[in-house]
Ligand binder design. Structure first.
Ligand SMILES: [Zn+2]
Length: 108
């Protein structure tokens, strides 16, 4: 009987450890997401900026306004609602990538 109780205790301990490891791994995965979301937003904004410049024959040093590139965002207008970590976007000139004020939220 004692052996069985000991075996069950060890089994419960292993299950508890697996549960804790799973929670920790999920917490780490969640941390990585806002940065990816932001970089994806920057990618959409950059694409809209390029389309705006091409269609309106703008030189590469021109800086569009948010209003000017909105029509080129298509279904991704909500991407302008900015960075999930509260950073602010700068559209920058056509030849430059748009940027976020949060460190390391940079288009590759
Ligand atoms: Zn950001």
């Amino acid at each position: 009987m004692k052996k069985l109780t000991f075996a069950i205790s060890i089994l419960l301990l292993i299950i508890a450890l697996l549960f804790v490891m799973d929670r920790l791994l999920h917490a780490q995965a969640r941390k990585a997401i806002p940065k990816d979301v932001c970089i994806n937003n920057l990618r959409y904004i950059d694409g809209a900026k390029q389309l705006w410049a091409l269609e309106n024959k703008k030189p590469t040093n021109s800086v569009p306004s948010e209003k000017e590139i909105l029509p080129y965002m298509g279904r991704n207008i909500q991407k302008f609602s900015s960075c999930p970590l509260g950073g602010k976007y700068s559209l920058n000139a056509v030849w430059q990538a748009p940027t976020c004020t949060v460190t390391n939220h940079v288009l590759p």
